[in-house]
Design a protein around this ligand. Structure first.
Ligand code: G6Q
Length: 529
């Protein structure tokens, strides 16, 4: 298969990008355009009239998806083909089957590998259901602390925060992720340990931060005269160093074919979310994710929301050469969602070689960042509107608020104020504002789009999670990179361990391996001040 810049469609796009539509020109951004540049599926609308695309550009983008076999690769992924591999060099070599974690609720024939993965997930879910109903009867616990980092923290935490409005009464979750002792102390100080479960989540069972924080928490339980075995739950890979049921109240499993950043719908998120939302609430998250998995797999390209979002991103990244993307939810409950998407997107598509091991001669994943609106409007939007570098934006909005209570102030509800701001920003960024005063001039023509959903409930949150997973996967398929490994995080970890050896040596008097650069930092640290 040719690299994407060599495809016919990419060459067409290259030409189109030499004179892209200028949204700030009189007559470009019309009500007709807003109404027509819209894709819908149950519960979601993708509004992209404020992107710098024309129907010609969209035609060429869909051709690109076809030429790079984006949908075929999505089908291969969901069927369990080995995708996590770089040909010809030592690399991971696995299926990528997070979608099998959530196809539990319908009778269907899937490919054998996916079916097996799905059956494994079902067993764990059934075990969880039994465990949660036992907890329910005993009524011992009100709080849960999840200890985990990276994929074992961000997605689950973002979902918990997104869905707190749907938590069972008197059930709260807390999170310890950083190896900073202040993180663990603050959380452990804030709960009644007698009524607290601790879910230790580590797929590898060997992550320094998580194992350290587990011991930190265990020590606190011992100090309070409590037996950790009555409180601690493990979520880990089978046969990992943490797979020792004798140390835990319960153990749940996950597998190699679910990547950390894709694992929120596996047991990694299930135990804490099952406890807080109830089993049926968590099942809704899975159902929503599954609905989006099916949509990504079966919707025609021109009706496919995550594929279209991926293509718009490729247009901005590779043809308009815009290196960052801000994801701005107009929903306070999604406050940690951008942090999850930062990992999902940048760890997946921050790659510089293709699946054959050759450096790619084009840009891949953009820098992803974000913060909820309207708060962002009162801080970094200045740069977004009038800074020197256009920043594409992905807005997320909801027709209805989570809570039924809202208040009319000056004849409008808060939710109406929120949505007015969202639409106003989208228009202002695209259309800009003419002015003879350069300080009041807004150049406009700043690409953005809106994903508009009905209401942020467990089903919608699951679908939203999967929408972004598939957007990222489709981009990786088109760039022909491996979106499912993360070699780039290894080097720093290895060096940190070498520096830790230097700290240890001071205490044990053992000679550590020489590491002059690390020693230079320790010398500064130990200076008398
Ligand atoms: C995610 C990454 C990474 C991982 C953490 C935690 O895709 O692999 O963020 O989730 O390093 O790993 P463990 O779950 O093995 O502790």
């Amino acid at each position: 298969m040719s690299r994407f810049p060599e495809t016919k469609s990419a060459q067409k796009l290259q030409k189109l990008a030499s004179r892209p539509i200028d949204l700030s020109q009189e007559g470009s951004l019309t009500p007709k355009r807003i109404a027509e540049m819209r894709l819908s599926m149950p519960g979601f609308d993708l509004l992209y009239g404020t992107e710098r695309v024309t129907s010609e550009v969209m035609d060429a983008l869909y051709e690109l998806a076809e030429e790079m076999q984006a949908l075929r690769k999505m089908a291969a992924m969901q069927a369990g083909e080995i995708l996590n591999r770089i040909e010809g060099v030592e690399s991971e070599n696995r299926s990528v089957l997070h979608t099998a974690m959530r196809d539990q609720f319908e009778e269907k024939q899937s490919a054998p590998v996916a079916e097996e993965a799905s059956a494994m997930a079902k067993r764990e879910l059934q075990k969880l259901e039994g465990f949660l109903s036992k907890l329910e009867k005993e009524g011992r616990f009100t709080d849960v602390i999840q200890i985990g980092i990276g994929g074992s923290d961000l997605g689950p935490r973002a979902l918990y925060m997104a869905l707190q409005a749907f938590s069972r009464p008197h059930r709260r979750a807390h999170f310890i992720s950083n190896v900073d002792p202040d993180d663990a102390n603050a959380v452990l100080d804030s709960v009644d340990l007698k009524k607290t479960l601790v879910v230790v989540v580590s797929k590898s069972g060997s992550t320094l931060e998580t194992l350290t924080n587990e011991e930190f928490a265990r020590a606190r339980f011992h100090k309070m005269g409590l037996d950790p075995k009555e409180h601690f739950i493990a979520v880990t890979g089978e046969k990992s160093p943490m797979d020792d049921p004798s140390r835990y109240l319960a153990s749940f499993y996950m597998w190699d074919f679910v990547g950390g950043r894709y694992s929120a719908t596996s047991m990694v998120g299930a135990v804490m979310l099952g406890f807080t939302l109830g089993y049926s609430g968590f099942s809704e998250v899975l159902k929503g994710a599954h609905a989006m998995d099916q949509h990504a797999l079966t919707a025609k390209p021109r009706e496919n929301l995550p594929l279209t979002a991926a293509l718009l991103g490729i247009w901005n990244r590779n043809f308009l050469h815009l290196p960052t993307v801000a994801i701005i939810p107009y929903s306070q409950a999604l406050i940690r969602f951008p942090a999850h998407l930062q990992q999902l997107d940048m760890e997946s598509n921050g790659k510089r070689i293709d699946k054959e091991g050759s450096p790619v001669p084009f840009s891949t994943g953009p820098v992803i960042w974000g913060e909820p609106g309207t708060n962002g409007q009162h801080s970094f939007y200045q740069l977004i509107h009038q800074g020197t570098d256009p920043i594409p934006l992905e807005f997320i909005g909801f027709r209805k608020s989570q809570h039924p209570t809202d208040l009319q102030v000056h004849s409008t509800f808060s939710q109406e104020k929120l949505l007015s701001n969202l639409f106003a920003q989208s228009i202002a960024l695209a259309a800009g504002q003419a002015s003879s005063n350069p300080n009041k001039f807004f150049p406009g023509n700043r690409p953005n789009r809106i994903l508009l959903a009905d209401r942020l409930d467990p089903f919608t949150a699951g679908a939203l999670l999967a929408y972004y997973e598939h957007k990222v996967a489709f981009q990786g398929f088109i760039w022909n990179i491996n979106s499912f490994d993360q070699e780039g995080v290894q080097l720093g970890k290895v060096l940190a361990l070498k520096i830790l050896e230097l700290f240890k040596a001071k205490r044990t008097k053992e000679a550590p391996a020489s590491f002059p650069l690390g020693e230079a930092y320790l010398k500064i640290l130990n200076e008398k001040r």
